[in-house]
Design a protein around this ligand. Structure first.
Ligand code: MRU
Length: 338
């Protein structure tokens, strides 16, 4: 199957997003120039994955000024707030919004405000493509032989502007004959693994099997996993990493079974204002995402639910963090080359 889908595109002053809530059963695109609709797409996970959220928000800020006439300062602040409220954990969202803010402040009285914002959003998108390539190159050395790899959530082309983070490392490993098989955690509750990672691996022709999240321990115990790799939504200065709920369990299981556990993410995921994972705000999701699956009720709505979207893996459980700059190893110091 050709790899012919685009996650995010900006054409004719409109944003085009593949609707990730419909994949893999239906390939459908959202075409819009309405910032409120884009904010809703981020909140509903129609577009998701930390880098993809940041790029989408940058285009949304651009579109806020497509036809706007009025108080620009007030309008910018309202758009910024609308987008910043969508997903609190993915730091790339705030990074991209702040990049757009710099451009806004430099051009707020200029007739060229819209083209300047649009230029910067496209640059952020292109930078991400380059970062994904660099991550894949920097990560290739983690594979010591032809390996069977486990991954969690989706960290591929669907989660970024380019080829992905952890999934791009896996893809590169496969292309170079270093990865032979991938076990894909289904990733409860929204199934980014069984729907999105499976969709991508199928497109790339990489052999895989979907497993329930709880099957990972059994496979590790049987010696069937050589290495695990995931992405991150926010990395603290000490290397503690927030990622999709269940990542911590994978890392703890890896430690127990002596299996290397890696994180792959661009440097923009490292939050210099967060000394440790304790300061990372964890997004809580609506109870309906647990009590029903794809609109089908599976338990009662009056039962209490606790649904954190992410957990934090302590840095001591992480063998290495692969960024676009380099591969870092524990103990983490992102300011110094190693
Ligand atoms: O809730 P999601 O689907 O946006 O969560 C995504 C993840 O946890 C990814 O692993 C992370 O954003 C890294 S994507 C390159």
């Amino acid at each position: 199957m050709p790899e012919n889908f685009k996650t995010i595109d900006f054409k004719n002053d409109e944003l085009i997003l593949i609707n990730q809530t419909k994949l893999p059963l239906v390939e459908e695109y959202i075409v819009t120039d309405i910032p409120e609709r884009i904010a809703q797409a981020i909140e509903n996970l129609e577009v998701r994955g930390a880098p993809a959220i940041g790029i989408t928000a940058a285009y949304a800020i651009t579109l806020c000024f497509k036809n706007f006439k009025g108080d620009r300062e007030e309008h910018f602040n309202n758009c910024y707030k609308l987008l910043a409220a969508t997903r609190p954990t993915a730091v790339n969202l705030f990074w991209a919004l702040d990049e757009m803010k710099k451009v806004f402040l430099e051009n707020k009285t200029s007739p060229d405000l819209y083209p300047r914002l649009s230029e910067r959003a496209k640059e952020i998108h292109e930078e991400d493509i380059r970062m994904c390539d660099a991550i894949a190159n920097n990560g290739l050395g983690i594979f010591t032989s032809e390996m069977t790899v486990l991954t969690h959530c989706n960290t591929g082309k669907l989660a970024t502007g380019g080829g992905g983070t952890a999934l791009n490392v896996i893809k590169k490993g496969f292309d170079e004959g270093k990865v032979k098989f991938v076990y894909v955690d289904e990733t409860r509750p929204l199934l980014q693994g069984s729907r999105l990672t499976a969709f991508e691996l199928d497109k790339y022709g990489i052999p895989f099997a979907i497993i329930t999240d709880s099957a990972a321990g059994m496979l590790m115990c049987q010696g069937k996993i050589d290495l695990a790799i995931t992405g991150a939504d926010r990395i603290a200065v000490n290397g503690d990493s927030a990622n999709k709920i269940g990542t911590y369990s994978v890392a703890a299981l890896c430690k127990f079974h002596n299996i290397p556990f890696y994180i792959a993410a661009p440097m923009s995921t490292v939050d210099s204002s967060c000394p440790t994972g304790n300061e990372i705000k964890i997004e809580l999701r609506a109870k309906e995402e647990i009590t029903s699956v794809k609109g089908v009720q599976i338990t009662r709505n009056d039962y209490d639910v606790f649904s954190p979207a992410f957990d934090v893996t302590p840095s001591k459980l992480i063998t290495g963090i692969i960024t676009d700059k380099q591969l870092y190893r524990f103990p983490y110091d992102f300011s110094k080359p190693k």
